[in-house]
Design a protein around this ligand. Structure first.
Ligand code: AHR
Length: 324
């Protein structure tokens, strides 16, 4: 009852009753309501992504019920079940890991509620559990990181390059695909050796812990490159390196992914070598798909935003080199 009141409150506060139309249980028109299950608030990327979805829902005139799962899959499953109970028009969710969603998504399908995945993908043997995916091509991001490393090794004539990888949340799409893409890009080149891969869960605090552990294990002279699956972990590692008197981006090459402002500023200041872009601004595209779906139009199954990479081998004074 309290939650039903909360939904009504969201609709009233956003001034949406009678706006873009969905149907209530009696078949009358009412504002379209989107249920959004966000996975957490682990990084600046995630916070920007949440903001993007909220702003886009407002812009499109949709009611938004948002639940933040604080990195817990069970909480996401509960949130999706509550969206089904409220009979929202569309469920949007960013799955923390790829597996374990079949039952709850089957329930959504049985209730006739379409699901749009945002940012992360699921792995399932069943085809019809989601209608569309909007998010990065994480494999291509990993490839971009590897391609930068090859260019840099060529430019500097490096012969044996020892790489330590700080990976994201195990079993998540960006972790899996950034790892695969990077490995595929450097595969077969005898200059490169991945000496370690440890998980920092996409968290800055864990990035610090990972870097500390790596330095303890290999010493500053035993690591040539750190490849981090996101900026938050890299910024944590950067704190450790600088505290230890290691000159970042010179003594150890640093390659990261995301493009948050603090990382891009560090890149421009010569404290990182490469930041592969991953945009958090996915909200507008998601809400466009919600609108089209509710208008009965066909929508694309997969939408990837355009992305690139910012690196010390390129012109960093270009005004397009900016963070979020
Ligand atoms: O899924 C996108 C990734 O999740 C971002 O790279 C990272 O910063 C976030 O936590």
């Amino acid at each position: 009852m309290r939650k039903v009141a909360a939904v009504l409150l969201v609709l009233l506060l956003t001034g949406l009753l009678g706006g873009c139309a969905g149907k209530n249980p009696e078949g009358e028109n009412r504002a379209i309501v989107v249920g959004f299950s966000q996975l957490g608030a682990e990084s600046s990327w995630r916070i920007a992504n949440t903001r993007s979805v909220e702003e886009a829902a407002k812009k499109h005139g949709f009611g938004l019920m948002m639940e933040n799962a604080n990195q817990k899959q069970e909480k996401q499953i509960d949130a999706i079940r509550s969206f089904i109970a409220y009979q929202v028009d569309v469920i949007v969710f960013s799955p923390i890991v790829e597996t374990g969603w079949d039952n709850v998504l089957r329930e959504a399908a049985q209730a006739g509620i379409p699901v749009i995945l945002v940012d992360r993908m699921i792995e399932s043997g069943e085809e019809g559990l989601y209608t569309a995916y909007v998010g990065a091509d994480f494999y291509a991001e990993g490839v971009r990181a590897g391609e930068y490393l090859i260019r840099k090794a060529d430019a500097e004539g490096l012969e044996h390059v020892r790489i330590a990888e700080m990976s994201g949340t195990p079993d998540s799409t960006p972790m899996r695909d950034r790892q695969r893409g990077f490995r595929d890009a450097i595969a077969g080149d005898p200059r490169f050796e991945i000496i370690d891969s440890i998980s920092g869960d996409f968290l800055r605090s864990k990035g610090e812990e990972c870097m500390t552990a790596l330095l303890r294990k290999y010493g500053p002279d035993g690591i040539d490159v750190v490849y981090s699956h996101n900026d938050s972990m890299m910024l944590g590692a950067l704190d450790v390196l600088e505290r230890e008197g290691i000159v970042p981006a010179k003594d150890i090459m640093l390659i990261s992914v995301d493009g948050e402002k603090e990382a891009v500023d560090a890149l421009k200041a010569g404290r990182l070598n490469c930041v592969v872009q991953c945009t958090p601004d996915l909200g507008d595209e998601v809400m466009r798909l919600v609108r089209d779906l509710k208008a009965g139009k066909e929508i694309p199954r997969v939408t990837h935003p355009e992305e690139g990479a910012f690196c010390d081998l390129d012109d960093l004074t270009d005004p397009r080199v900016e963070g979020f």
